[in-house]
Design a binder for this molecule. Structure first.
Ligand code: 5GP
Ligand code: ZN
Length: 113
């Protein structure tokens, strides 16, 4: 399987990580939609939430905690931010490796889609 985010997670594609631990990496989106636009993802390949099972609960929770920590590093905790998980065709998911988008640094539209 050729997954660009797996290649980023393994270090094969050199990427400036904003966070890295045993299970999770965060890095800037290549095509930012907001002044702060960071992706947070498990290193392990999951295409969607549907591939996660109860033993992945801690990892899922940690993704949110890492997102908050990275938001702090980016200086957007006080002003606020949005976390998005696009899944599947109607969710406009383009990279089939589960990830969160962290966006902030400007007032985001109140429209969700
Ligand atoms: P999705 O639509 O799947 O939720 O979002 C995928 C995101 O990954 C897009 O915002 C896109 O700009 C970003 N992206 C795609 N390829 C790369 C890449 O090679 N490097 C980085 N840093 N971001 C990427
Ligand atoms: Zn992958």
């Amino acid at each position: 399987m050729d997954c660009i985010f797996c290649r980023i997670a393994s270090g094969e594609v050199p990427t400036q990580y904003l966070h890295e631990d045993r299970e999770i990496v965060a890095f800037p989106d290549i095509n930012p939609q907001a002044p702060t636009h960071i992706l947070i993802m498990p290193k392990e390949h999951f295409t969607s939430l549907g591939e996660m099972v109860p033993k992945n609960s801690e990892l899922l929770g940690r993704l949110l905690l890492v997102a908050h920590s990275v938001a702090g590093q980016a200086g957007v905790v006080d002003t606020g931010f949005r976390l998005v998980l696009n899944q599947g065709r109607d969710g406009a998911q383009t990279v089939p490796h589960l990830h969160l988008h962290l966006m902030g640094g400007r007032g985001l539209s109140g429209r969700m889609g």
